[in-house]
Design a protein around this ligand. Structure first.
Ligand code: ADP
Ligand code: NI
Length: 213
């Protein structure tokens, strides 16, 4: 395992996300990296690929940078560090297959990809998921909730990307679906707990909104 490259990539992530306030900051990347490592310990997999894919997974996210599926930032970084071409392609394939795209969501082909997808999804759940959703909504100028605006079910990729509804709706459009989409048993267990916590939060939210609590 190339610890030097991994530590350098952690430093690079710090710099890459230094002006990011939409819930995709450096700390999100670091949490995904740590959760991915924890899941990977229970699976037979290439740990170095898991670590690098987790650290690089948002370097080219369209919501943060204006990159393409060519993943220019991640690719440039790995090339600069003389990483093997075959392994760069493997990491790129993972990054391109992990994102949530409504009904167009993919499952990564490799176990390494499945692990990173689970880790990224776990950070969208629980207390962290709630905090990130409101940080994202605020950064995009969206309402917390609007009871007159119904959520939209089963969006495809384009509809999901274009949608700029309120943040509570995002729970129904994405966050509450994730529990049943986890790939590994380790992530399924953690997701159950985080899912229940979000359900309780929503109950409290509506109670306080309606003056019943
Ligand atoms: P992925 O990481 O699978 O590409 P997204 O980037 O769409 O998924 O979402 C990452 C996180 O950003 C979500 O889990 C959520 O916390 C936040 N987010 C994305 N879209 C919205 C939205 N419309 N409203 C609130 N939060 C959002
Ligand atoms: Ni992410």
């Amino acid at each position: 395992m190339n610890e030097v490259l991994i530590n350098k990539t952690i430093e690079k992530a710090k710099e890459t996300f230094k002006n990011e306030y939409s819930g995709h900051d450096f700390w999100h990347t670091l949490r995904v990296y740590n959760i991915a490592k924890a899941i990977a310990k229970n699976e037979k997999c290439d740990m170095e690929i898991v670590c690098l894919a987790a650290l690089l997974h948002d370097f080219d996210d369209a919501k943060i940078t204006n990159s393409t599926t060519e993943l220019e930032n991640a690719t440039r970084w790995l090339n600069e560090n003389h990483y093997q071409q075959k392994r760069i392609d493997w990491i790129k394939e993972i990054i391109n297959s992990i994102s949530f795209k409504g009904v167009d969501t993919k499952t990564p082909k490799t176990i390494e990809g499945k692990i990173v997808q689970d880790a990224d999804r776990l950070d969208a759940l629980g207390a962290m998921g709630i905090a990130r959703a409101f940080a994202y909504g605020g950064s995009k100028g969206r309402e917390m909730w609007n009871p007159n605006e119904p959520y939209i079910d089963n969006m495809n990729e384009e509809e999901y990307r274009k949608n700029n509804g309120n943040t509570i709706n995002h729970f129904y459009e994405k966050l509450l679906k994730l529990k049943d989409m986890m790939n590994t048993d380790t992530a399924k267990k953690i997701a159950e707990h985080r899912h229940d916590y979000m359900e309780k939060f929503l109950e409290e939210f509506y109670g306080e909104w309606n003056g019943e609590k």
